[in-house]
Design a binder for this molecule. Structure first.
Ligand code: ISE
Length: 331
């Protein structure tokens, strides 16, 4: 039988997921749609053949709902994820898990009390074929001991409210998860180098920045975050090991063309194009797991760790200092 899903929040990401679940994902059906904007909810519900439930908690608890996808603003997540745990329903929650460390850790504890993994985080890069191959290469020992990770994360354009703190919470959070995923250890400190800003950045916003992470074993991870390049969506990661190095994201979706005596190609314009396959794989695997009452991917601890590192990152942006990350005990 199909997994019957409630989608909470149908802004850009939620609507994208609702459409993917309704059209491309096997064994899934969107039965309930919720959004604080009634018109938007009605529009998406009509498109995917679901009913609208106006209250998010009622949507989670609706008797016909087996599992929940949360794509509401971060501030709403704590209460909504808690309600999923209380109802014993598997949930796929878009980042961030919550907007502060305390409430994220409360969810870690709440899930531990339930006794089985129910909360999956939407860190879709883990499902990207290139990232998965890079992870396999490291795990199989193909690079020897990994020493360094260099990340590049560039967006073509963002709205003016996207300041340096926002860049950490919304963009760098992906490299936080990538580093933890690839190296299989926690991040222990964050430092942010704030150089010359592009003239397209608003006053007081450092764009680009270089973020430097240290891990438990002392490895170093660097991340260039630039969100106003005016070029395209470019995400690259290089791992330097003792016996070799490997890079992903170089030619993603690049069709090389030769015309008029010149060669060239196109780069993915945004994250939906760059990570389309990753989102599809993520949803398909989550649906299969949720049918068994569990998850298949980054979990509530990964969500908590990412929030904790990003909070340290925000302090690092504001002070220019190296800021330590202290995680609470893992249940
Ligand atoms: C956005 O929220 C994402 O998740 C994208 O992957 C990232 O590239 C972008 O910077 C974020 O704002």
């Amino acid at each position: 039988r199909d997994l019957r899903i409630a989608v909470l929040g149908v802004g850009m990401m939620g609507a994208f997921h609702a459409d993917a679940l309704a059209t491309r994902t096997k064994g899934a059906r969107v039965v309930v749609v919720n959004d604080f904007a009634a018109e938007k909810a009605a529009e998406v519900a009509a498109r995917v053949g679901a009913r609208v439930v106006e209250d998010p908690i009622a949507a989670i608890n609706a008797p016909e709902v087996d599992a929940v996808l949360i794509a509401t603003p971060g501030k709403a997540h704590a209460e909504q994820v808690q309600a999923c745990l209380a109802a014993g329903k598997p949930v796929l929650c878009e980042k961030p898990l919550t907007t502060d460390e305390e409430s994220s850790y409360a969810l870690v504890q709440a899930e531990a009390a339930v006794g089985r993994p129910l909360v999956q985080l939407g860190f879709m890069r883990r499902f990207d074929a290139e990232y998965a191959a890079l992870k396999d290469l490291i795990t199989s020992g193909g690079l020897g001991n990994p020493l360094l990770v260099h990340c590049t994360h560039r967006n073509p354009a963002v709205p003016d409210f996207f300041n340096s703190e926002f860049m950490v919470r919304d963009s760098v959070v992906h490299e936080v998860d990538v580093a933890r995923f690839l190296l299989d250890e926690e991040i222990t400190s964050v430092q942010v180098l704030r150089g010359v800003a592009t003239s397209s950045a608003p006053e007081g916003t450092w764009d680009p920045m270089i973020v430097v992470f240290e891990t438990e074993s002392g490895r170093i991870v660097t991340d260039e975050i630039s969100v106003r390049t005016g070029v395209a969506y470019e995400v690259r990661t290089e791992v330097v090991g003792e016996t070799g190095s490997a890079m992903i994201g170089l030619d993603q979706s690049l069709v090389r063309t030769s015309t008029d005596g010149r060669w060239g190609g196109q780069i993915t314009p945004g994250f939906v194009e760059r990570f389309g396959q990753a989102y599809d794989t993520e949803l398909q695997r989550w649906v299969a797991a949720a049918k068994q009452g569990t998850i298949d991917g980054p979990g509530v601890w990964d969500g908590y760790a990412a929030v904790a590192v990003c909070e340290a990152g925000v302090k690092a942006v504001q002070t220019g200092e190296k800021v330590a990350v202290a995680l609470k005990a893992k249940p």
